[in-house]
Design a protein around this ligand. Sequence first.
Ligand code: WT7
Length: 651
Amino acid sequence: MSQQIDHVLEETRLFDPPAAFAAGASVASREAYDALYKKSVEDPDAFWADVASELHWFKKWDRVCNKDNAPFVKWFEGGTTNVAYNCLDRHLTTARKNKAAIIWEGEPGDQVILTYQELHRRVCQAANGLKKLGVKKGDRVAIYMPMVPELAIAMLACARIGAIHSIIFGGFSATAIRDRVHDSDVSCIITADGGWRRGSVVPLKAAVDEALENCPTVKNVLVVERTKNDVSMEEGRDHWWHDVMADVSDECPAEELDAEDPLYILYTSGSTGKPKGILHTTGGYMVGTYLTSKHVFDLKEEDTYWCTADIGWVTGHSYIVYGILANGATSVMYEGAPNHPGPDRFWQIVDKYKVNVFYTAPTAIRAFAKWGDEHPAKYDLSSLRLLGTVGEPINPEAWIWYHEKIGRKNCPIVDTWWQTETGCIMITTLPGAMPAKPGSAGVPFFGVQPAIVTEEGEEVDAGHSGLLVVKEPWPSMLRTLYGDDERFKEVYFEKFAKQGWYLTGDGAFCAKDGYYMIIGRLDDVINVSGHRLGTMEIESALVSSELVAEAAVVGFPHDVKGQGICAFVSLRGDAEVDDEAKEKLRAHVAHEIGAIAKPDQIRFTDALPKTRSGKIMRRLLRDIAAGNETTQDTTTLEDFNVLAKLRESEA
Ligand code: WT7
């Protein structure tokens, strides 16, 4: 980590946008950015009212931002609107009616293109289908699906009738589904028989069946047919999507929802074993994703935009579906793996659809760089005009590779910092307004007031690192943790309760030029391939195995994934310490959480290093996992022998 800081501190290269790009950009100069930013923080109510007025409201709000009960803040109070209406109906009276809303490519190479009009029809149908199954406004609907068009349709159908969707990433296990279903009393699950991943079927329905052995609140399961593998259908509970949709009307007026009615829940890992149900609401989230999509991706009417994330993560919610469709843009959606059938699949898709704006993750960029320059070189990538990254810090080497080999030195790169909690992009460059600096995210987006502070809440000088906080509320911020207002206050607002600041959990610094660089998480959260995982969550999965007495999990630097997972495990007395035990534990974690949480290293040890008061010395374990000499003071270590033995333990 500190190596990376040094590296970026030395970074003096600045990359200006090409003149033609800047000339046509929605925010076209630093002066334009400065002026708008100034307005957004000096008179946020006026700023956000202007933005919201670009969208459709059934009834205008009475008050833009109500902070009376902070940190429980309300935006656009008294207003009524509908996100699906703004993503669809709003465009049907314009030239966008027959424009592609979604261009979908399946992993096997099949293709579906849905115009705004057709997507609207399918969403209305699905909304009526859900109603037929008894789903009402405010009900929670879990969605566990592959990246197929029905996933976007299902989300928008929920939004249309005011049902709250809770999307569960298709890589998570049955146990993870069950926990999430229980946490929010889900009544209906939408899934598919399976999805394609590297040429194999991921059996999604089977995982849902396993989860539902113990979920009495779930009355209906709606199953999209995708892979045609055998699935069992439980009479009365399970329904084929195509059967339900066959005889429902394709007209369904959008529900007039309160600006603060919930839109969705999305679970994300935190410092404890239990994922947090991040709750986003209607009006503010819509306005935030709309405006960031418009300016950060500089969307033009003729653009083809592709975000490679899975909709199971927040990136897909905000920047494949809601923000992009609210702008009436064309969103590409791809079902499968980046290297199937070959490591050139992404570039083939860019070339095929003439993608103009491309948004991906540093881990993917590092993987492509490793797979070889010849793969992108084979394709015509000249349609690209803007590139983006998100999810974790990008190392300058990977940034330069992206710039040269994909952007062909002709595309600005936006490095967008945000979180599931923030709902939309918070720190970035505006691509036509200012240069990009490899490794730095950039400046605050409109309305965002970040600061770097000490543990005591003192602001630090430029160039010094500290805790990244956000001082004022913004429209798309999370409203609470589903069913747990106390935990919401505690996790995000307790530390700086006096000041009312939002604690991001990230460390960062701001250089003299005002560009923020994100260093990484400061809590017990690790970032594996841009996916957030709690070390405690993996630890509790490990100790739930009958083999394990005690476990401690830490992250370590990993060339491609950003961070890898290292588990220090002490087994129960009679268990054999061998490779078979390692494999069993890896499989156990995959079963409890999902394959993404499988430890890269498992090190067996007789005991974990603890302080005299019994706290596991994680920093020391991090040093060992990374193969570094320990720099930490070990005088409080309870048993020095443990340290020597740990060093000997092999990964
Ligand atoms: C955490 C949030 C937001 C969509 C994907 C991740 C890290 C995110 C960047 C970036 C450095 C970044 C932070 C943040 N992160 N974007 N551009 N540069 N770090 O969402 O799972 O909620 O994770 O991802 O550590 O706190 P998430």
